[in-house]
Design a protein around this ligand. Structure first.
Ligand code: CP
Length: 311
């Protein structure tokens, strides 16, 4: 297999295991490239990519832009706060106007679930979902799996724990799909109010006791409370949340084993993770960010092979 089964990257749920293996193998090559003194390849000299961010981002936005530039693509950036979207233009009209400037590929972050899918079915460009509401964040899940594989090898039968605000997290859902494709065992942990009732139907283990869950896992992926997506109060106070689900060195020291610690960022030090744990030797949080560039180069490169250029 040297070609993806999809023409867009809308979510991990549309990929198969051959896609994942191809993405990881291609990312290995690009990781080697970006560690050379000359970090750029001419692969996508003829491609123009628009990064459309309708929601705040640090890691994903910069990582996509760097990945595109390392591949020698032309890049334009769009931020909704300074655009004519504020004057009532629809998403499809906005994107069709951008595409008329001979753009080939669109990277979209949007607060509404399904926004990337809407574009893929209504405009003539390759679409990459950079996070759509609480639906999916496929490149985050791919870079997370890639980072775990660097530490653990094949993820088959490995125990991966995702902790925190599962209900409002696109990272959790994309990680669940990606990990299950690779044969990993997935457990989620958090307050009952932040774990959707349908989750067991996905074949995911659910545990509310944080210590029990930590004893089970090889890797823990800590999630932020997604306050921007909460319309209600889901636990009595942040202090009580921290007491029950905050990852601290005390709780880690009480385990008789080492586990790898992950977080997609942005981290809230002192809430879901203590500062010393975030910076500890078992934390691979910055490895995740580093791997994000190679993974995004891989996705852009592979999708660009699938569509004739917009001449
Ligand atoms: N992990 C992640 O999506 O971070 P940003 O919101 O900073 O892009």
């Amino acid at each position: 297999m040297n070609e993806l089964s999809v023409n867009h990257l809308l979510g991990i749920k549309h990929l198969n295991i051959n896609d994942l293996n191809l993405i990881f193998k291609t990312a290995d090559h690009f990781k080697e490239v970006i560690n050379r003194s000359i970090k750029k390849v001419p692969s996508l000299r003829d491609i123009t990519i628009a990064n459309l961010f309708f929601e705040n981002s640090t890691r994903t936005k910069l990582s996509f832009e760097l990945a595109e530039k390392r591949l020698s693509a032309d890049v334009i950036n769009f931020s909704s706060s300074q655009s004519s979207v504020k004057k009532g233009e629809t998403l499809i009209d906005t994107v069709n106007n951008i595409l008329s400037m001979k753009v080939d590929m669109v990277v979209l972050r949007h607060p509404n679930p399904g926004a990337a899918e809407l574009l893929a079915t209504n405009v003539d460009a390759t679409i990459i979902n950079a996070g759509d509401g609480a639906n999916e964040h496929p490149t985050q899940a791919l870079l997370d799996s890639y980072s775990m594989r660097e530490k653990l090898g094949d993820l088959k039968n490995k125990n991966i724990l995702i902790v925190g605000d599962i209900s409002h997290s696109r990272v959790a859902l994309s990680n669940i799909y990606a990990l299950q494709l690779q044969g990993a065992n997935v457990m989620v942990c958090g307050p009952k109010t932040l774990i959707p009732k349908y989750l067991h139907k996905l074949g995911v283990l659910v545990e509310h006791d944080f210590l029990k869950a930590l004893k089970w896992c090889n890797v823990v992926n800590m999630l932020r409370l997604q306050n921007e997506r909460m319309t209600d109060s889901f636990f009595p106070s942040v202090r009580e949340y921290v007491q029950q689900y905050g990852l601290t060195s005390d709780i880690l020291n009480s385990l008789d084993k080492d586990i790898y610690i992950m977080h997609p960022g942005p981290i809230n030090r002192g809430v879901e993770i203590s500062s010393d744990v975030a910076d500890s030797k078992n934390s691979i949080i910055l490895d995740q960010v580093e791997n994000g560039v190679a993974i995004r180069m891989s996705i852009i490169y592979l999708l660009a092979q699938k569509k004739p250029l917009n001449k």
